[in-house]
Design a protein. Sequence first.
Length: 256
Amino acid sequence: MRRLLCFLRKAPAEVVASGNAKRTLESAAGGAISVERSTIDHAVREELAHSRGGKLVITDTGRAFLRRLDGGADAYAAQHRSEAVIVLDDGNGSAHVRRNEAESPLGLLHKRKDSSGKPLISDAAFKAGERLRSDYTLGNLMPSLGVNWNIAGSGASHRSGNGVLEITDAALAARLRVERALEAVGPELSGVLIDVCCFLKGLEVIERERQWPVRSAKLILKTALAALDRHYYPPSPSRRSQRIIHWGTEDYRPIL
């Protein structure tokens, strides 16, 4: 089954009858394999693959099944990941790290396209949201969800786990950057930024919790990210000094 699904993951394959027990699959990307007929029937029955236009195509369930096989001890969590290798440069050198692109709702929105083929969230808005998330994580602002075993039984105060005296200078600077960013965005828009970028909540969850209309969270999020992007990357002084002459678009003048 693993061999069959790995073959279908590359491209859809045409099933060519060869024998009573085996079938030959010819891939649209080139190459062919011989698979037991019972394996193909089991894959279709379990919805790991389906037939479309005379070809066998892997399904999302089949892709998740492959990720579970490759996940090892963390198999069931691996099926929900979309991992990619990115390069981080902190000024002292670059390093290749693995990132789960399916972890952040902002990343999923950035990958999705609208009806015109453009991303739902621009590169600048995505970069601003990821910068806020990075500072929020570095500042150790995420509330603790478990017991701090480093202080359990030591007689230390339980309130010191997230205290100012225990954080580093880098974390304190990150907290200050988060405070300035949220203050610049304003209280009306900062809440949705915290929910999506920091707490990684989906837009449907936010609409349900805040009792907003359906599909309204996406519009508010885009507005908040635009304000956040202006805070992180303010326009040049020459651009800010330009006066608004009229509100018309470029083609507002009639053609005679």
